[in-house]
Write a protein that binds this ligand. Structure first.
Ligand code: DGT
Ligand code: CA
Ligand code: CA
Ligand code: ZN
Length: 582
C-alpha cells in the first residue's frame, strides 16, 4: 500500500473506534498517525527499508508495526476485525453531511438508531430536535442530507457525464495559464458509468485556474478549494475534482489519476521490480532523494516505455491483464469510430421510432455511412407498435423502392428486430424472415424466467436459420434495472457455433453485451455489430458509447462486422443466408 492508502486506513480506524466509543487518546493516536504519514516528505519505502519509521514524530511503536504490515501485505487483521465488529448501518450514516462518528454514537446510544432508515424516521417524528446537543436546525440538516444522499450517492452514466465534462475540459484548455489539461479517472477509461469526474492540469500558475473552476455556471456548491485542488458539485449531483500540478509532473499525475487502482498497483509493483518508485509525482530510483533525479516524461508513453511496456490505452487500464500483454508489445489496435461504415438495428415510425425511413436515411447519409439497417419491432412487441407479416412486407417494398430511387447515397438494409417468444421461437414467419437482409432477434418479454430456461430460449433463437444477430443480450438498463439472468458463456458458444453475431447495443443505458465479456468471446471467434438501436436520428450518436465499450472489450476492426464496406457486409450477410439454405 502507498503512503496515502495507509493514511486512509488509519483515518478510517480512528473513525471506527470513535463509533465504538473508544478511549479518545487511542483514537487520537490513529488520526495523528495518519496526519504524520501524509505530511511525510521522505519516501515510505526508504524509511521502512532503513527501519527509521519509529523516528517519525507522532508514530508510536504499535502504529509503526501496523504501518509496516499494511505497507507490506496490504491488509491488517486488527482493521478487518474492527470493521467486522461494527454495524454497517452505523458506518453508512457517516455519509450524511454534518454527522460525525461522535454524533452517530450519541444517536445510537440515546435513540437506538442504527441505520439511515431509522434516522430518517426519527427526523420525521421530531425526535432528533428534542435530543440534547442537536436541536431543530440539525434535525433539518440531517433530513436534507438523507434526501441529497440519493441524488449525490448515485453514479452517473458516462454519456450524461460527458455533457458536463466536455465544456469543463474546453474551458480549461482555453485558459492562458493552462499548459496541458485532460480528464482522468473512470471517465477517461470510458467506464459505462462514473462516480465523479477528474481533471488534471499542468501549469505553473494554478491560482487563476482554481478561481475559474469554482466559478463555472451550473455549479451547485464548491465542496473543496485549496491552492492546487478543488472539487465542485453540479446540479445533477455529479462532482468534479481538479488537480493542478507543475508541467513536468503532468503525465505522471495524469497516469496516476486515470487509474484504475488495480492498474496502478501493478504499475507500481513493476516499477519496484526495476528499483524504481512510481507515483503521481514522478518515476525515480527508489533510493533517490527527490523526483528531480528521476525520469522525465513528455507523454504517458514515456512512462510505459520506462517500464519496458508498450502504451496501454486508458480504456484497457483495468488491471485485467493489460500489463502482461503490453510487456510483449501485443496491445492491439482498438476499433475507432472512424472505422465504422454503417449501422444496423434502428427503428422508424413504422414501430416506435420517431423518424421515417427517409428521414433516418438522410441522417445516416449525413454521417457519411455507406449503409444503415432498419429493424423495427415485430408484432409481439405490441406496446411498441410492432410489425406483423403484412406491414413488414410493405416495408421491404419501401426499402427496395428507396434504394432503387438513388435519392440517397446511403444504402438501406431491410431487417427486423424480431421478438424471441418465451419458448425460444421467433415471432414472424420463417420464409418472410429469410427474405430480409438481416434479423436481430431480441427478448422483450418474460424477463423472470429461470436462468436455464432463458439460456435455452436464447440458444434456440440463435439456432433459428433466420437469426443474423442477437439483440441486447441481457436486457439490462444501467442504473435502472438489472438484466434477465442468462448463462452468457453458453450463449456466446452457441452464437459462434451457429455463425450468429452478438450485437453490442450502443444505447448508453444498455451497452449490452457488457465490456467485460468481449475479450474472451472475440478470442474464441465471436463477431459483433455495434448497433445504436436508434429510435430517432439523433440516436445515431450513441455509436460513440458503443465504440467506448468495444475498446474496453479489446475489440479490433476484425471483430466488428460494421467496419466492413458495403460490398463486404452484403457478402457477409448473404453468406449466412445461403449456407443455411443449402
Ligand atoms: P469513479 O470516480 O468511482 O468512477 O472511479 P475513478 O477510477 O475515477 O476513481 P477516483 O475518482 O476515486 O480516483 C481517480 C483515480 O485516482 C483512480 O482511478 C486511481 C487513482 N488513485 C490512486 N490511488 C488513489 C487513492 O488512494 N485515492 C483516490 N481517490 N484515488 C486514487
Ligand atoms: Ca472519478
Ligand atoms: Ca475523483
Ligand atoms: Zn430491443
Amino acid at each position: 500500500m502507498t503512503k496515502r492508502e495507509i493514511a486512509d486506513v488509519l483515518k478510517e480506524i480512528a473513525t471506527l473506534l470513535e463509533l465504538k466509543g473508544e478511549n479518545p487518546f487511542k483514537i487520537r493516536a490513529y488520526s495523528n498517525g495518519a496526519r504524520a504519514l501524509e505530511s511525510l516528505e521522505e519516501d515510505l519505502d526508504v524509511l521502512i527499508g532503513e527501519s527509521r519509521l519509529s523516528d517519525v514524530p507522532g508514530l508510536g511503536k504499535a502504529l509503526v508495526e501496523k504501518i509496516e504490515t499494511l505497507h507490506e501485505t496490504g491488509s491488517l487483521e486488527f482493521y478487518d476485525n474492527l470493521k467486522e465488529s461494527i454495524d454497517d448501518g452505523l458506518v453508512s450514516m457517516l455519509e450524511i453531511p454534518g454527522l460525525g462518528a461522535k454524533k452517530i454514537k450519541t444517536l445510537h446510544d440515546s435513540l437506538e438508531i442504527s441505520s439511515i432508515e431509522e434516522l430518517q424516521q426519527a427526523c420525521e417524528e421530531g425526535k432528533i430536535a428534542e435530543l440534547k446537543g442537536f436541536g431543530k436546525k440539525s434535525e433539518d440538516k440531517i433530513a436534507e442530507g438523507i434526501r441529497n444522499r440519493e441524488a449525490y450517492g448515485k453514479r452517473h452514466l458516462w454519456w450524461e457525464a460527458r455533457e458536463v465534462a466536455q465544456p469543463i475540459l474546453d474551458g480549461l484548455l482555453a485558459l492562458p495559464q493552462v499548459e496541458m489539461a485532460s480528464h482522468a479517472g473512470s471517465f477517461r477509461r470510458k467506464r459505462e458509468h462514473v462516480g465523479d469526474l477528474d481533471f488534471i492540469v499542468g501549469s505553473t500558475d494554478p491560482g487563476p485556474i482554481m478561481d475559474w473552476f469554482v466559478a463555472q455556471d451550473q455549479i451547485k456548491e464548491t465542496t473543496a478549494k485549496g491552492d492546487t485542488k478543488a472539487s465542485v458539485r453540479f446540479d445533477s449531483g455529479l462532482q468534479a475534482d481538479l488537480r493542478v500540478v507543475p508541467p513536468k509532473q503532468f503525465y505522471f499525475a495524469l497516469h496516476h489519476f486515470t487509474g484504475s487502482k488495480d492498474h496502478n498497483v501493478e504499475m507500481r509493483q513493476r516499477a519496484l521490480e526495476r528499483g524504481l518508485s512510481l507515483s503521481e509525482w514522478g518515476l525515480k530510483p527508489v533510493e533517490a532523494e527527490s523526483f528531480e533525479e528521476g525520469i522525465s516524461a513528455q507523454s504517458e508513453s514515456d512512462i510505459f516505455e520506462a517500464l519496458d511496456l508498450s502504451f496501454v490505452p486508458p480504456e484497457l487500464r483495468e488491471g485485467r491483464g493489460e500489463i502482461d500483454v503490453a510487456e510483449n508489445g501485443l496491445i492491439p489496435n482498438l476499433v475507432e469510430i472512424e472505422n465504422i461504415k454503417g449501422v444496423f438495428h434502428n427503428h422508424t415510425t413504422a414501430s416506435d421510432g420517431r423518424a421515417t425511413l427517409a428521414e433516418m436515411t438522410a441522417a445516416a447519409q449525413d454521417y457519411g455511412w455507406e449503409y444503415w439497417g432498419v429493424a423495427d419491432h415485430s408484432k409481439a412487441s405490441f406496446q411498441a407498435n410492432g410489425l406483423d407479416e403484412g406491414r413488414l412486407e410493405a416495408q421491404i417494398e419501401s426499402v427496395k423502392a428507396l434504394n432503387e430511387s438513388r435519392e440517397f447515397s446511403t444504402f438501406v438494409f431491410s431487417g427486423v428486430e424480431c421478438d424471441i417468444l418465451p419458448d425460444g421461437s421467433l415471432d414472424l414467419d420463417q420464409d418472410l424472415l429469410m427474405r430480409l437482409d438481416y434479423v436481430v432477434s431480441s427478448v422483450h418479454s418474460s424477463f423472470s424466467q429461470p436462468v436455464d430456461e432463458m439460456t435455452a430460449r436464447l440458444i434456440k433463437a440463435i439456432e433459428h436459420p433466420a437469426t443474423t444477430m442477437l439483440g441486447h443480450l441481457t436486457g439490462r438498463l444501467l442504473l435502472k434495472r438489472d438484466g434477465y439472468e442468462v448463462d452468457a458463456r453458453k450463449v456466446i458458444d452457441a452464437a459462434i457455433a451457429n455463425d450468429v453475431i452478438i450485437e453490442l447495443n450502443a444505447n448508453p443505458y444498455r451497452l449490452d453485451m457488457d465490456w467485460r465479456l468481449w475479450k474472451s468471446a472475440a478470442d474464441k471467434g465471436l463477431l459483433t455489430s455495434i448497433n445504436p438501436d436508434a429510435h430517432a436520428p439523433e440516436h445515431f450518436a450513441f455509436l460513440e458509447a458503443g465504440i467506448n465499450v468495444a475498446r474496453k472489450g479489446w475489440l479490433t476492426v476484425e471483430n466488428v462486422i460494421n467496419t466492413l464496406p458495403l460490398v463486404g457486409v452484403k457478402e457477409a450477410l448473404a453468406r449466412k443466408r445461403s449456407h443455411l439454405s443449402e
